[in-house]
Design a protein around this ligand. Sequence first.
Ligand code: UD1
Ligand code: UDP
Length: 376
Amino acid sequence: MTATCKILVVFGTRPEAIKLFPVVAALKADPRFTPVVCVSAQHRGMLDQVLQIAGIVPDYDLDLMKPDQSLDALTAALLTGLGGVMDQVQPDRVMVQGDTATAMTGALTAYYRKVPVDHVEAGLRSGNIYHPWPEEVNRKIIGQIASLHFAPTDVSAKALTDEQVDPARVHVTGNTVIDALHWVTARIAAEPALASGLARIEARFAGKRIIGVTSHRRENFGGGLESIAEAVRQIAARPDVAVVFPVHPNPNVRKVMDAALAGLPNVALIEPLDYPNFARLIGLAEVMLTDSGGVQEEAPALGKPVLVMRETTERPEGVTAGTAKLVGTDTRTIVTEMFNLLDDKAAYENMARAHNPFGDGHSARRIVELLGNEIA
Ligand code: UD1
Ligand code: UDP
């Protein structure tokens, strides 16, 4: 029997875990691969929520999260920690996803050992190194290092070839977040109790039009978040509306949202939801208002319009398809765009019916097939 390919899958945050668990499952099911999972735990609680529902027990857990961690300290700890794991595991390949500090340092430590890197969700570019910050530069660094680039769409593949990446190394696979969403939707259908965590909020807001909100971007810390909080306050002042807002545990986010929104009658400020309950929230919501990357991809797949609180997006496919609209962080613009959607049925239907451009739910299988060809 020939040796299998030992592939070290490295991740550390909630969205990486959501987007990689389908790939880990596909690798485990393929006898050509021996996946080894290393989590940095750059996120702790929010990562553990995903590991639990996905049934992943990491082989290595660096447990790196510190309260209000700085980018410098986090990056330094990641380099040392991930380097140590790579020396122990001696992987044939390393897989990273997206654009976090964990993904960037995972790629860099692999490169320092001349181990080929596979990049899932490659080629997202906003063209502005401060939006999103620091993710745009993290992705560019990984793009320079990666051996195989799994681009979710034609747009992201072209961004890579425009940067002189060899087209033969770039593959359009769709985004694995759609695989994850299909999986969790099927799990909820089989076991509805998994997504019953919002029952009290559903009862409290019965008859209201639900707006789902998330916000966590570092580039919005300070004034941007205050402006977003004020917009949410004004939206929730409408008697027909209720806001459900799972708040990111970053203290920079929490203190602003608590100060502006805690105790308002039409606002539920809640802890981060696990993945089934967040999928349920998207299902309940009439509109999602967010600065998240992943939510821009998931809401269209569930037929929900997204207002994106960013000046620019590395996911322009949603805007082009008509499922998403950029509204920035200006209070008045956010509120005006939200009220337009709530009050203009035709505008709403146009966004809700637009085609989801991010994938068909078979991306993980494609990625593993491509990896299989690579190692053949
Ligand atoms: C990180 C990623 C960002 C990604 C986001 C997804 C970087 C630089 N940023 O940003 O790209 O979009 O995750 O959410 O990689 N915290 C907890 N519990 C948790 C998670 C976080 O308390 O489970 C708090 C801690 O105080 C921590 C802080 O949030 O220090 C920031 O976490 P960090 O991972 O550094 O940054 P995010 O803003 O979450
Ligand atoms: N999500 C979740 N619970 C929440 C909020 C978000 O499970 O309370 C999921 C969401 O479905 C998406 C991912 O987290 O898949 C997005 O993560 P986040 O917004 O933190 O990061 P980004 O995508 O912006 O990097």
